[in-house]
Design a protein around this ligand. Structure first.
Ligand code: F6R
Length: 616
């Protein structure tokens, strides 16, 4: 939520900042702004409400002097609407200091009252301007931006990544972070700061992760990281594993289209290097067997689509580890005094690794003595660093706000974790594990089959459905979280009312929604593998058909039993029941994307949303 970029070096910074912001725009697109210290030593700033293009057009129409020190921001509004005035950067100290911010400063009202009483005035409704004015006040006293940050950071409550630069200290950008992301990019004679590595990956793949409550100062010559008291701290270097082209749209019509096409690779790459002789051996968990000893319960915490991946993975985890496994929305978890301790393994799932709700749940679990394992797609992110163990999903950068390839990678990673724990604890027979591994390894080709054989058909079908007002999704067992995911994706990018239900729950209330013509997607389990369940779902289909529903089934190729009752059939290849979700979700992703496109909507940047939700 909010994208941040900073640059110091020999090059003019405006283009560097704007292209960094373009890569970070998925984090928010309510407004954008940049500030530079110009060659004449002036602080120049431009900011505009709306997407980054509005700012680009403005700069193209009215050029701004360039400079080699700069900061840039793309906003997801929290305090104050998406206006020019509320856009970042915010200026202070007689417009000689520029500040950008990601997060929420919870005690901003008290601080604002204090500053107002001292005679300071404000031009925006944001919490950020309070930090800017505080920094300006401290800079006026010390003439040193790092010292000003030390004085201010300790007074701020909540979550923040703040970057600032001052006209009187050109060649210096200072940042501080608490509970919000910030990474450093190391160049040759130039350095970068970014909310994530996408901000600078086209310039360098050498990065440093900054810890909690730390201040970083970058100059062209180097990087200095200290804690809020000024003590030097160790930083963790890492190499960005993907290159800039991985985060480019290429020839695709949208990032979402590209990312759906990458779902097979997301699964394959997440499995790669983690199977030895038919057994799952996750190198990152090497030497961490103790983490799984004495565990009597697994609790998975996540939000949104990641939580549906968690719900899908729960079935396999319980089956393979024989450990009771629950799923909880991260934002509900820590506010109810949950019963957890050192016999609980808390698994968090997060594509961004920055979701504040999930981060807070992980911290809370650790404080209560639980063991923590993070499944994450983003190197250098905060949640993995707050966890005892990390298993990365290798989906590559996900740019579209709606999560697709990360979802299948998250289920894959959970399955790998389940198979790993089952082996370590000796509860999973090697031949059973080997059969499941073979199923998992077959998934990428089966997803490719769906893309090759069904994508066009689904896109055409979604165009016919463009005027639909409401869609229901039904599933049972592992099909249930897939129904929820199908509904979420449709709401999120096409703004159509959609709801997912457990098919068995229908008769307990939701069936009242069904009237003639109501489209209902039904995820049908395989008749070969899940005979009983298949019959039950076919009965549920009869119940809704009897009430006039228009039934769209996602069914295994060759499932003749369901054909007479379906108005539309979207086919998937045969798979073991636990692996069906990885196939059944693909038509739903394509459908949501097709329908939103048919409505002329921007599938990559749905309204009101941002990809990385770094506020609670
Ligand atoms: C939906 C979507 C969101 C995220 C959720 C968690 O398409 O993308 O529901 O899944 O905000 O995000 P991460 O995985 O980054 O923690």
């Amino acid at each position: 939520m909010c994208g941040i970029v900073g640059y110091v070096g020999p090059r003019p910074s405006q283009d560097i900042l704007l292209s960094g912001l373009a890569r970070l725009e998925y984090r928010g697109y309510d407004s954008a702004g940049i500030a530079v210290v110009s060659a004449d030593g002036d602080l120049e700033m431009r900011k505009r409400a709306g997407k980054l293009q509005v700012l680009r057009d403005d700069l193209a129409a009215h050029a701004m002097p360039d400079g080699t020190t700069g900061i840039g921001h793309t906003r997801w509004a929290t305090h104050g609407g998406p206006t020019d005035a509320n856009a970042h950067p915010h200026l202070a100290d007689d417009d000689r200091l520029a500040v950008i911010h990601n997060g929420i400063i919870e005690n901003f009202s008290e601080l604002k009252a204090e500053l107002t009483a001292e005679g300071f005035t404000f031009r925006s409704e944001t919490d950020t301007e309070v930090a800017a004015v505080l920094l300006g006040r401290e800079f006026a006293a010390s003439g040193d931006l790092v010292a000003a940050f030390r004085a201010v950071a300790r007074r701020l409550e909540g979550a923040f990544t703040l970057l600032a630069m001052h006209r009187d200290q050109p060649g210096l950008v200072v940042g501080a972070r608490r509970n919000s992301p910030l990474v450093i990019g190391l160049g040759e004679g130039e350095n970068f700061l970014g909310s994530d590595v996408a901000a600078f990956v086209e310039h360098t793949r050498n990065a440093l992760a900054i810890g909690q409550d730390e201040i970083v100062a970058i100059t062209p010559a180097g990087v200095e990281v200290t804690d809020f008291d000024g003590n030097a701290v160790e930083v963790e270097p890492f190499e960005v594993v993907w290159d800039a082209s991985a985060a480019e749209k290429g020839g695709w019509s949208s990032f979402m289209a590209k990312e759906v096409s990458e779902e097979p690779d997301a699964v394959a790459n997440t499995v790669r290097g983690r199977v030895q002789g038919g057994a799952v051996v996750i190198p990152e968990l090497d030497g961490l067997d103790d983490l799984f000893a004495g565990i009597t319960r697994i609790l998975i915490v996540a939000c949104g689509t990641a939580a549906y991946a968690a719900q899908t993975g729960k079935y396999a985890l319980e089956q393979w580890t024989r450990i009771p496994t629950d799923v909880e929305l991260a934002h509900e978890f820590r506010y109810r005094d949950p019963v957890i301790g050192d016999d609980t393994l808390v698994v968090s799932i997060s594509q961004s690794g920055e979701t504040m709700d999930t981060l807070m749940a992980v911290k809370y679990a650790r404080e209560r003595g639980a063991k923590t394992l993070s499944i994450c797609n983003t190197q250098g992110a905060t949640i993995p660093r707050e966890s005892d163990a990390i298993v990365y999903t290798h989906a590559g950068p996900e740019v579209a706000v709606a999560s697709t390839k990360a979802f299948v990678a998250q289920i894959t990673a959970l399955y790998l974790v389940g198979l790993h724990i089952g082996r370590v604890r000796g509860v999973l027979a090697p031949e059973v594990a080997a059969a499941q591994v073979a199923e998992l390894e077959a998934v990428p080709d089966k997803i490719r089959w769906v893309l090759e054989h069904e994508q066009q058909h689904i896109e055409q079908f979604s165009r016919w459905m463009a005027d639909t007002q409401s869609v229901l999704f039904l599933g049972r067992h592992v099909g249930y979280p897939i129904a929820l995911e199908g509904a979420l994706k449709l709401k999120e990018i096409s703004y159509i009312h959609a709801e997912g239900f457990a098919a068995g729950e229908l008769k307990h209330g939701p069936i009242a929604l069904v009237e003639p013509g109501q489209p209902v997607f039904v995820i049908v389990p395989s008749p070969r593998h899940s005979g009983e369940l298949h019959k039950k779902v076919v009965s549920n289909i009869q119940e809704i058909r009897a009430r006039g529903a228009r039934v769209i089934v996602i069914a295994e190729e060759g499932d003749a039993a369901v054909l007479p009752f379906a108005d539309e059939v979207l086919r998937i290849p045969l798979a073991d029941p636990l692996f069906e979700p990885l196939l059944a979700v693909v038509p739903l992703h394509i459908f949501a994307m097709g329908l939103a496109t048919a409505k002329g909507l921007d599938v990559d940047k749905p309204r009101n949303l941002a990809k990385s939700v770094t506020v609670e």
